[in-house]
Ligand binder design. Structure first.
Ligand SMILES: Cc1cc2nc3c(=O)[nH]c(=O)nc-3n(C[C@H](O)[C@H](O)[C@H](O)COP(=O)(O)OP(=O)(O)OC[C@H]3O[C@@H](n4cnc5c(N)ncnc54)[C@H](O)[C@@H]3O)c2cc1C
Length: 423
């Protein structure tokens, strides 16, 4: 975190921006800064490693270039099962091609990008910018630049831990496998965004199957807890996935790879700090869907423009970046989303399928907008009210109880939203 200003001036540096982290967010911003002829140094323990996770996104959420050249597969048959028959979502869903995405970002950054293996521990501000400290090849090392950007993911290396809910972080957790199957474990040719049916019997935690047919006899199947506190463990979700597959009569023939997902969903908008952050480190994971990657790709050009402008005009590039990233309107929208998170956390597990049944029965423009981080707070709040009005009684009652039980927090959130909008 930010230490008191260090009067010692840094040595000359040709680096305009240091980015901590070589995930999709760090490289997305590096690409846009490089494309604006700014010299960027990305520091990460293994900066040449492929992105490790399975990234999905709505096709229409991706910037055009990524939708055209960085998707491994697109499904037009996209379903949600909150009961049988399924609800068709009529919105193409994409699996990102991580290698193509990484290659496209590195290509866009061009010769202005340097990748360096390093573990960063802290950053200090001084009169002419920042010194970042860490280790490189097992030795202490430091780097200087006018700007440092923390893109180190869900456990930020430089930012204070984001201010989360007083009761602690609510997590999305999931366990998934890519495997071959003798019989299809989910609809062939389809992406199943949520399957809340429980052939393996009821359970204390409501989890759902997230599944994609990858072609031939290969499927990606993931047992997912959308948001919970405390969240189901890896062991619990792995056992539950296999119990589901057995109960369906579709055990895997050969498991080719597996994946564990765990990250906080109820992150509040961060306080703008001297260190600019981007991606998950900047609280940009969507609190209802858990998505972030498409948003980072969309946000990066505007943040890079703001940084380039501030560096050129002698302004504060970190503040310029924060101003673009967390506008008052987006902060207010986050407060509304966090109310939605609270409602979800308070719903009994048995009510979640009916809740999502009502959610996906909303007009598509409404649920699309609800899952879009750019939607202003007004339409978000109206969608929540409409959802409440149309939800079945056994969902509405616990929602009302949740709202009343958290009246203080709700009012605080709405007040914060109103304050930021009138500021
Ligand atoms: C398994 C999994 C699946 C997910 N699926 C999706 C999905 O389908 N769609 C979606 O939109 N989102 C998804 N998410 C949520 C989120 O978008 C991802 O976590 C995404 O990877 C975040 O991108 P990022 O670049 O901000 O951080 P990360 O991808 O976590 O990258 C962080 C980078 O910082 C580096 N780093 C960390 N600490 C230090 C340090 N001290 N010094 C130097 N470098 C450091 C890391 O090595 C890494 O290079 C998923 C998350 C997980 C965990």
């Amino acid at each position: 975190m930010t230490a008191p200003p260090d009067p010692a001036p840094p040595g000359p540096s040709a680096t305009d921006a240091l980015i901590v982290g070589a995930g999709p967010a760090g490289l997305a911003l590096a690409a846009e800064l490089g494309a604006r002829h700014l010299n960027v140094r990305v520091l990460a323990p293994d900066p040449h490693a492929p992105f490790p996770a399975t990234y999905g996104a709505w096709l229409d959420d991706l910037p055009g270039w990524a939708a055209r050249s960085c998707v491994a597969q697109v499904w037009t048959d996209v379903r949600v099962y909150t009961a049988t028959p399924p609800t068709p979502l009529l919105r193409p869903y994409a699996l990102l091609d991580n290698a193509a995405l990484r290659g496209a970002l590195l290509g866009r950054a061009g010769p202005h990008l340097t990748l360096q293996a390093a573990q960063v521990t802290r950053a200090e501000r001084h009169a002419r910018g920042w010194t970042v400290h860490g280790t490189h090849a097992g030795q202490p090392a430091s780097w200087n630049a006018p700007l440092v950007i923390d893109a180190s993911g869900h456990r930020p290396a430089l930012l204070p831990h984001p201010d989360r809910h007083p009761d602690g972080a609510a997590l999305q957790t999931a366990y998934g496998i890519v495997a071959t199957f003798d019989r299809p474990p989910s609809a062939p040719g389809a992406a199943v965004w949520m399957d809340y049916r429980t052939p393996h019997g009821p359970h204390r935690d409501a989890t759902f199957l997230y599944a994609m047919h990858l072609g031939g006899d290969r499927y990606f199947v993931e047992e997912t807890s959308l948001i919970a506190r405390p969240a189901p463990t890896r062991q619990a979700l792995e056992a539950r996935l296999h119990a589901r597959l057995r109960a369906q009569g579709t055990p895997p023939r050969e498991i080719l790879s597996d994946e564990w997902v765990s990250f906080p969903m109820n992150t509040a908008a961060p306080a703008p700090d001297g260190v600019l952050a981007f991606g998950a480190a900047a609280g940009l994971v969507h609190p209802i869907s858990g998505f972030q990657v498409s948003g980072a790709l969309r946000d990066a050009p505007a943040v890079a423009d703001a940084i380039a402008g501030a560096l050129r005009d002698g302004g504060d590039p970190a503040q310029a970046g924060w101003d673009v990233l967390w506008t008052p309107e987006r902060r207010a929208a986050r407060a509304v989303h966090l109310l939605g998170v609270q409602a979800l956390l308070n719903l009994p597990a048995s009510a979640l399928p009916a809740f999502f049944g009502a959610f996906f029965a909303l007009p598509p423009t409404r649920w699309h907008a609800f899952l879009d981080p750019r939607t202003p707070p007004g339409p978000l709040a109206r969608t929540m009210l409409r959802l409440f009005a149309h939800a079945p009684a056994h969902v509405r009652l616990p929602l009302a109880r949740a709202a009343l039980g958290h009246a203080g927090t709700s009012l605080h959130a709405l007040n914060a939203a109103a304050r930021t909008l009138t500021a």
